[in-house]
Design a binder for this molecule. Structure first.
Ligand SMILES: NC(=O)c1ccc[n+]([C@@H]2O[C@H](COP(=O)([O-])OP(=O)(O)OC[C@H]3O[C@@H](n4cnc5c(N)ncnc54)[C@H](O)[C@@H]3O)[C@@H](O)[C@H]2O)c1
Length: 351
């Protein structure tokens, strides 16, 4: 078995590599990434790509066919990975997330890959407060990012067959410590604020619902999806990946951080425009299909892990929302420095 992981050099990727290295100690693990955030490491001792057999560098929009030679499973993480970036780079988001995603699946299938796992998102449900959304609920993608996930799921469906199993995992919002931590995710932002300025600044009135999942539990869900039998979900499966217990309101997340750091002040914005992203999600299908791969990391454990991870690297940046740990800021910095073109291709470096 040989597993190709696209987008492995981001936030979630290192957790996936670590999980797959543990459960497939003797298999070939190959990464494929363009490296936008490669330098944004948030660990002092550990280079996550060391656990791979090979790291390939390239753009998923131009991925060579021969990358798939001998590959049995693909985990497709590479993406422009949130709403603000999707807004700033709208057509690029469509090209990278949707068009390239389908091209990769197409090439993978032709090369004989057996299992394709796509990192989709619960943001496809958009604003959905009136009851938890299940996989067959109406979709309401409100952003370019969410639309790219819906379009990819739609075009993956006809590619699936008995020789090419496709699993779309609609992940809850990620959280937890990573060797490439992002601080543009709600719980990570709260812990960073608590450490750096002793303040959690909630941008909304705190009422929006947001299901969460620890990245280590995302990695375990991916591990399950790679090896699942078609008897468990069929050749093509869309499943919400998370747990019902992790359907929190944003203010509850802030309270969980405050419980561990009682001196921290929490401020809400009572005049905020209603948050367009508010949804509760029904994870019962995932519970039924993957009983041994259910999320095991609790909110309290995740807050503790973020806190100790940030303290271990001496994190103290009060302006972290402007820093390179925010994915959009990093892309803008790459663009402003001339390192990448407007459509996010690396420029060649003069000799
Ligand atoms: N983080 C979350 O809350 C969350 C939730 C649900 C789903 N997801 C999905 O999980 C996946 C991973 O998320 P993440 O948080 O690690 O994102 P990330 O932004 O940290 O990592 C994405 C990776 O994709 C790579 N990439 C982007 N464009 C590329 C291109 N054109 N060619 C090659 N590589 C490219 C980047 O260099 C980066 O290493 C994404 O598909 C994301 O949409 C994430």
């Amino acid at each position: 078995m040989s597993i190709l992981i696209t987008g492995n050099m981001g936030y979630v990727g290192p957790a996936v590599v670590r999980q797959l290295r543990k459960s497939h100690p003797n298999e070939l693990l190959i990464g494929f990434d363009t490296g936008f955030f490669a330098s944004a490491l948030t660990t002092s001792l550990y280079f996550p790509e060391c656990q791979l057999n090979a790291q390939l560098f390239g753009d998923v929009r131009k991925i060579p066919e021969n990358v798939f030679d001998g590959v049995t499973a693909v985990v497709h993480l590479a993406a422009i990975s949130n709403d603000p970036m999707g807004k700033a780079f709208e057509s690029v988001t469509k090209d990278i997330n949707h068009e390239a995603g389908i091209d990769i699946a197409d090439k993978a299938k032709r090369a004989g890959v057996k299992s394709f796992v796509f990192a989709s998102s619960c943001s496809v449900y958009g604003f959905a407060e009136d009851g938890a959304r299940a996989e067959n609920s109406e979709l309401n993608p409100l952003t370019a990012y969410a639309r790219s996930k819906v379009d990819t799921e739609t075009d993956l469906r006809p590619l699936a067959d008995k020789n090419f199993k496709v699993t779309c995992l609609r992940f809850a919002t990620a959280c937890g410590m990573s060797p490439r931590l992002r601080l543009d995710l709600v719980l990570n932002d709260f812990v960073a604020g608590a450490i750096a300025v002793k303040k959690i600044n909630i941008l909304s009135d705190g009422s929006p619902w947001r299901p969460l999942i620890n990245i280590k539990d995302m990695a375990r869900a991916i591990d399950w999806a790679i090896g699942r039998s078609p008897a468990s979900g069929g050749d093509f499966l869309i499943v919400n990946a998370g747990s019902d217990e992790w359907n929190y309101q944003v203010k509850q997340l802030a309270a969980a951080v405050q419980r561990q750091m009682p001196s921290v002040e929490v401020s809400i914005n009572p005049d905020a425009q209603p948050d367009k992203r508010s949804y509760r999600v029904d994870f019962s299908l995932f519970r039924q299909l993957a009983p041994k791969h259910q999320p095991v990391h609790s909110l309290d454990v995740t807050v503790r892990e973020l806190r100790s991870g940030l303290e271990a690297i001496g994190f103290s940046d009060p302006n972290f929302r402007e820093s390179r740990l925010i994915r959009l800021k990093m892309l803008n910095a790459l663009k402003a420095s001339g390192s990448v073109t407007d459509d996010l291709y690396w420029r060649s470096i003069p000799a």
